[in-house]
Structures are given as structure tokens and as C-alpha cells.
Design a protein around this ligand. Structure first.
Ligand code: SAH
Length: 398
């Protein structure tokens, strides 16, 4: 059997990467350049024939190889290994996902299941294959079976990102319900309720990685609050429980419509102030409000990833600085800024440096209250830096 498994040789750069604990080998590090079937289990060897382990192969991605294990396993061992890893991932979430019925069940590399994302929204699971391997019929079937056991009665939606399917040269497919009857539900995070629509025009997910940061931001929040890039109101709804007034801004009308529905959903159970939802470009709005002399006690900045590649990081940092500078200028003494970046290509050190420079330009002294990252259901695999992407810094203006 082992004979039928393709062997791929990699150069010293690829070897160094794997020896350093990373799981990826780029196509340019295959030596000689080799092809294997899309999504195949392969063995990885160095140029002297030494065994480096078993991996999943992509015939399309620049990330040609994603290591699964440092052993050479038989094809028959592949699905059982994945089943075991899914069970481990589920078990880990039982320890770390508190006060929520929505969390990331499987986070790709960080769960040693490189190419698979599964999120849980109350009684609906959403599954996404990022690679050819996890799009294989047998593997998809295994994943579905392995999830049915710990999550009985849950519906399962398969989410499709057309861009990723194109990159992996996978046939086009629509997002669809693959098990159960429901693709929409209501989930509860820290006692705050949200709508989830897995399919249809109003397709929504949530930024589950911010779950713990909502609580942290609310811990220091007070007075008049401004939530920029609110999406479905994640921060705003948490702030509304403790602040006197909340203004929430997003450039997407559909996102704000869901946010308003979420506000309705929580109105009965919480004594919270009304939220003003504003459709606007946050850059323009901050500029206008600053010029108009508006002031706040609490500001949240959670923009989309500005840096998609290392090359765009400097431009991204300029964008972050502009936002943070304006926000800092508008904070009253004692005011608190919760500021985030989900760009992997901007490091925490660079983000802090940007923040320091924004504070200096704003003529404010600031104190760091908390340096935070993504919620624990999005674990970080230490030697795969790409698994660590979210920065959330909470600072107060003196
Ligand atoms: N804070 C949210 C997640 C924000 S995601 C949460 O915790 O759930 C980023 C959001 O920024 C998206 O909703 C997007 O519509 C919005 N956005 C992107 N560019 C924008 C801009 N220039 N001005 C305002 N909103 C913008």
C-alpha cells in the first residue's frame, strides 16, 4: 500500500521550515519540482532521502505541502488520524469556550488539521474547506461524521469562499446546507444574543475571535462610546450595557441592518441605552467628528485587515495611525481606547509602535491597560506564526 503514496523531495529551505516546527512547504522549495494528485496524502523527504513525515498536497496553491505528522502513515491511517484530531479539537473547546454557544471548533493549522475551519453558532455548524485535501469526498464525509457525534442535532452548513476555491482550482460550488434543516439561528456570546444566517442573501458569520475582547472592552468602558467598524454590533452591544450612549459606525448597510436586529433581540433582556447606528466611512466620520469637537469616553476601533500582504504593511500602518490618532484626540481624560488589528502582516510590536507615535502626535500620554489577542478557541500554534493574527490593545488616556 505504502508504495502508492507519492514521495516529494524538498530542498534545504523547506527542510529548515519543517524542522523549525512550521507545517508548510512552498512550491518553490520542492526539489526537483514534483507533481502529485490534488489533495493527495504524500510523504516528504529531504534530498538525502531522510523521512520528514506525511502531508497533504495541493496541486494549485503556492503552499504545496501542509504537514500532518512527522511519521509516514498509510492511506488507511489518514481518516482515523483526522478523526482523532477533530475529537481533540472539540475537547479543547470544552475547556476554553466559556459563556458562549458560539465558537471556533476547528482552527486549521492550530488544530493540526491544516485546511479545515469549523465554527459553531448555537445549533448550526459551519464548515469550510480551504484546501484540495479537505474538499475530498472521503475527508469531507469523515469530518461530517466526526462532528455529528459531539454535536447531536446540529445542522451543518458548508460555507464556500469562491476566491479560495479558485486559488485551489476546485470546481465552483454554492454554500449549502449539508445536514439538518436550519441554516439560521440565534447564538449567545457573553449573554448578548446575535442572529446567524448561514445561507442566503443575508449570509452572516461573526468575528468569534473577538469574543473575549468584548468583555475586556466593556470592563473599562464608560460614558459616551463610539464603536467604529461595528459590523453586527459585537462591541457596541456589549458597550451598551455599561455606557450612557453608544454610537456605532460601519460602511455596510446590510451589516448595520443585522446589527439593528441584534439590538432588538437584546432589548427585552437588558436595560441598555439605545444605540445610534450610522452608515459611514469611519475615516471620514472620525475626521468630521474631530473637527466638530466631539468627545468620547470610550472608543473601539476594529477595522478590517488593511495589510493583505507584507508589502502593503507600511500603507496599512499609515491607515491604522490615522484612525488611532483621531480617536486619541477625541478621548476625554480617563477615556479608554480599544484598538484592534487583524492583519497578520502587522506585528504586535509594529502595532504598538504605531500607537505610540499616534499618541505622541496627538499630544497625549497613554497607559496600556491590556495587550490581548484572539479568543482561546482560536489557538496559536507557536511555530506557525500565521495562526496568530489578532492584536487588541486597550489603552487609557491620562
Ligand atoms: N467589530 C466587528 C468586526 C468588524 S469587521 C465585530 O466585532 O464583529 C470590519 C467591518 O468594517 C465590516 O463590517 C466592514 O463593513 C467595515 N468597514 C470596512 N471599511 C470600512 C470603512 N472605511 N468605514 C467603516 N466601516 C468599514
Amino acid at each position: 500500500m505504502a508504495d502508492s503514496i507519492p514521495v516529494i523531495t524538498i530542498n534545504h529551505r523547506g527542510v529548515a521550515r519543517l524542522r523549525g516546527g512550521h507545517l508548510w512547504v512552498y512550491r518553490s522549495d520542492l526539489a526537483p519540482p514534483t507533481e502529485a494528485p490534488a489533495g493527495a496524502l504524500i510523504y516528504v523527504r529531504d534530498q538525502r532521502g531522510r523521512k520528514l513525515g506525511s502531508a497533504l498536497y495541493s496541486s494549485a496553491s503556492q503552499i504545496a505541502i501542509r504537514l500532518l505528522t512527522s511519521n509516514e502513515i498509510a492511506e488507511a491511517e489518514l481518516l482515523p488520524l483526522m478523526g482523532e484530531r477533530i475529537a481533540n479539537a472539540v475537547q479543547f473547546r470544552q475547556k476554553v469556550a466559556r459563556d458562549t454557544d458560539a465558537y471556533r471548533v476547528i482552527f486549521s493549522e492550530a488544530d493540526l488539521l491544516p485546511g479545515l475551519i469549523v465554527d459553531k453558532y448555537n445549533d448550526v455548524l459551519s464548515m469550510q474547506a480551504l484546501t484540495q485535501a479537505f474538499d475530498r469526498e472521503d475527508i469531507r464525509h469523515l469530518v461530517m461524521e466526526a462532528l455529528a457525534e459531539p454535536f447531536p442535532g446540529h445542522s451543518l452548513v458548508e460555507r464556500v469562499d469562491p476566491h479560495i476555491r479558485e486559488l485551489e482550482q476546485l470546481p465552483e460550488r454554492q454554500s449549502r446546507l449539508v445536514r439538518g434543516e436550519r441554516s439560521s439561528t440565534i447564538f449567545t456570546v457573553n449573554g448578548v444574543r446575535f442572529h446567524y444566517h448561514g445561507l442566503g442573501g443575508q449570509k452572516t458569520g461573526a468575528f468569534l475571535d473577538q469574543r473575549e475582547n468584548y468583555v475586556a472592552a466593556a470592563r473599562y468602558a464608560h460614558g459616551d462610546a463610539l464603536d467604529c467598524f461595528t459590523y453586527h454590533g459585537g462591541f457596541a452591544l456589549h458597550l451598551a450595557r455599561v455606557c450612557q450612549s453608544v454610537t456605532a459606525v460601519d460602511s455596510s448597510r446590510p451589516a448595520l441592518e443585522v446589527a439593528e436586529q441584534n439590538e432588538q433581540l437584546n432589548r427585552a433582556s437588558h436595560r441598555s441605552g439605545e444605540i445610534e447606528w450610522i452608515e459611514a466611512n469611519a475615516f471620514d466620520l472620525l475626521k468630521d467628528y474631530a473637527t466638530a469637537g466631539r468627545q468620547y469616553d470610550t472608543i473601539v476601533l476594529d477595522p478590517p485587515a488593511f495589510a493583505k500582504t507584507k508589502r502593503t504593511a507600511p500603507t496599512a500602518l499609515r491607515g491604522y495611525k490615522e484612525l488611532n490618532l483621531r480617536a486619541l484626540k477625541m478621548l476625554r481624560p480617563g477615556g479608554v481606547l480599544t484598538t484592534c488589528s487583524c492583519s497578520f502582516h502587522v506585528s504586535e510590536a509594529e502595532f504598538l509602535e504605531m500607537l505610540g507615535s499616534a499618541a505622541a502626535d496627538a499630544g497625549r500620554q497613554v497607559r496600556i491597560l491590556e495587550k490581548r489577542g484572539q479568543a482561546q478557541d482560536h489557538p496559536i500554534l507557536l511555530n506557525v506564526p500565521e495562526t496568530s493574527y489578532l492584536k487588541c490593545v486597550i489603552i487609557s488616556v491620562i
